[in-house]
Design a protein around this ligand. Structure first.
Ligand SMILES: [Fe+2]
Ligand SMILES: [Fe+2]
Length: 312
């Protein structure tokens, strides 16, 4: 049995102090957006309630699907590094970045590299060459008979654009990894920030090459796909040649509960039973009326057609 927690989009606040020069370009629009609107939506007390709730459920591993920060200020990367360390060690936390983590081009090398231990892969495909050394994505981390596969859709974009894309090389590398881990009998969990299904987000917020990713998922399959970005609960199913794919999106982990549900996360308890994968899903969210974390929904998934599972 393997217990996997999934959270996303904590959008850690408040924004640290910034120099005027640091606010030039796209950052100024995000800075104004935070102070005029977003700081009231992303509530750090709600985030702490969610983290306490996750901890109480004692997961074996935590999947975090991006947007840790807001406008990629140097101080935000530093704050998020400390927050990540408190969340857990790189051994038990896996991270893919979101568009806000790559808000401007300059923020990537100086910023995201601080978190790279949380997306360090542990497996190289034969012949993967130097590309794998240049980019950590896609990465694969093996935990018992679970393969956590992370891709990055986080790209610096223009003002008002929150879209992302994977690129041809990353999609091709992902195809090989899905094939490789499927043939070895792993339960595959794909982590991606943007919803991978076309049409789920408006174009300015969407995964621009979802149309190229979909045939790969259909061909190779993946038992679970976890995403964030849309700040809402989602559960979709897609057919593949190797069985049904279940896709889950979670709300922002710091979403203030207002007229309904707020911050939310999912718990997936995965086990093998009589040749199938059984996954119990518990969907948790902060209730606006009671002010506490509650179970919103529970469901059980069955994935068949697994190969022999290796001992890991
Ligand atoms: Fe977000
Ligand atoms: Fe996002």
């Amino acid at each position: 049995m393997f217990k996997l927690a999934h959270l996303s989009d904590p959008h850690l606040g408040p924004l640290p102090a910034a120099k005027m020069a640091e606010l030039l370009g796209k950052r100024i629009s995000g800075f104004l957006s935070w102070h005029l609107n977003r700081r009231r939506i992303h509530d750090m007390r709600s985030l702490q309630q969610l983290l306490d709730d996750i901890k109480a459920h004692r997961p074996d591993h935590i999947a975090l699907t991006g947007d840790l920060i807001n406008i990629a200020l140097p101080g935000e990367y530093e704050n998020a590094s400390n927050w990540l360390a408190a969340l857990g060690s790189p051994e038990i936390v896996s991270l893919v970045p979101g568009n806000h983590d790559a808000y401007i081009a300059a923020g990537w090398e100086k910023g995201f590299a601080r978190w790279s231990a949380y997306c360090a892969g542990e497996m190289r495909l034969p012949g993967s060459g130097s590309q794998a050394d240049i980019s950590p994505f896609p990465f694969v981390r093996l935990r018992r008979n679970i393969a956590l596969i992370g891709v990055s859709s986080a790209r610096p974009t223009g003002i008002g654009i929150a879209a992302g894309w994977l690129g041809r090389e990353q999609i091709e590398a992902l195809r090989k990894l899905l094939l490789h881990t499927r043939e070895r009998g792993f339960f595959r969990v794909l982590m991606i920030h943007h919803p991978p299904v076309p049409g789920l987000c408006p174009p300015r917020k969407s995964l621009l090459d979802a149309g190229e990713l979909m045939p790969v998922l259909e061909q190779e399959g993946s038992e679970l796909v976890l995403f964030g970005h849309d700040h809402r609960h989602h559960h979709l199913s897609l057919p593949s040649r190797h069985g049904r794919i279940d896709l889950f999106g979670v709300p922002s982990a710091s979403l203030l509960a207002h007229k309904g549900a707020g911050a939310g996360w999912n718990l997936y308890t995965i086990r093998r039973q009589e040749g199938s994968w059984m996954t119990d899903v518990v969907i948790r969210s902060l209730d606006a009326d009671t002010g506490v974390m509650q179970t919103r929904e529970q469901l059980q998934l069955v994935h068949r057609g697994m190969n022999e599972v290796p001992a890991t």
